[in-house]
Design a protein around this ligand. Structure first.
Ligand code: HEM
Length: 217
């Protein structure tokens, strides 16, 4: 394990850099809309919906990668990046939904509801976004204290289900070439596999410790 502990100030600076970098895709879309529509191709609405959908999934997977990376590297400070990455996933998810509401349906609520109910890939995407909402709302330190660590962690395990829904949503959307959703699916499978392996290892250790403990009289 390569020991690397940059200290709170350097981690703060790194967070600031990641914050600015994470805003770049949104800024690029805003600049394109305002001044360079040609950047958005022949179907700007679709471009914006797809781009924000892609970034939602990327930030979600980046958030999920923090814990395995932290454990494998021993760089515990990485956990300080996790909340920000998760909140960016949510922000891009909301922007993605907003672009669907504005461009696909021009704010017609009945049409939007019909689409959510009748088109399975929209249902799945909507379910993912709905499930992300309580995680975003409980992301503050005050909410962690209020819920208690165990309940908070149990709630936030939903992030795996959300990522599965995100990949399924993308997979259902593509008509022929499934390469892109398959790549996201593979990354997610590795992250989930790691999580399952850690949980199994813990259960094995706990069972071994119980066997080794002297019987209680
Ligand atoms: C209310 C929730 C959601 C709605 C209504 C929605 C709707 C859509 C629509 C209409 C498209 C574009 C389809 C097309 O252009 O043919 C799309 C694409 C996509 N969405 Fe969603 N979505 C939602 C939530 C999500 C969430 C939560 C994620 C990620 C976790 C996500 C990830 C994606 C991805 C990756 C794409 C494909 C982008 C690409 O083609 O590169 N969506 N979604």
């Amino acid at each position: 394990m390569l020991r690397f502990d940059p200290g709170p100030r350097a981690v703060g600076a790194l967070k600031a850099v990641i914050f600015v970098a994470a805003l770049a895709p949104a800024a690029r879309l805003a600049v394109a809309v305002a001044a360079f529509p040609e950047w958005l191709g022949t179907n700007p609405a679709e471009y914006i919906t797809r781009s924000t959908g892609d970034w939602t999934l990327r930030f979600l997977l980046a958030t999920l990668a923090v814990t395995p990376l932290r454990r494998l590297s021993g760089w515990h400070w990485l956990v300080r990046l996790r909340r920000m990455l998760g909140l960016f996933a949510y922000a891009y998810g909301v922007a993605h939904f907003a672009s669907f509401v504005a461009f696909d349906h021009v704010f017609a609520v009945d049409e939007i509801l019909k689409d959510i109910v009748k088109r399975p890939f929209i249902t799945v995407g909507f379910a993912a976004l709905v499930l992300m909402t309580p995680l975003a709302l409980t992301s503050t330190n005050a909410m962690v204290r209020r819920l208690g660590g165990k309940r908070w962690a149990a709630l936030h395990r939903l992030v795996y289900a959300i990522a599965v829904l995100g990949v399924v949503h993308f997979w259902m959307m593509v008509k022929r070439d499934v390469t892109e959703p398959a790549v996201y699916g593979l990354v997610l499978a590795v992250l989930l596999g790691y999580r399952v392996a850690v949980a199994r290892g813990r259960a094995r250790d706990a069972a071994a410790a119980q066997r080794a403990a002297p019987p209680v009289r």
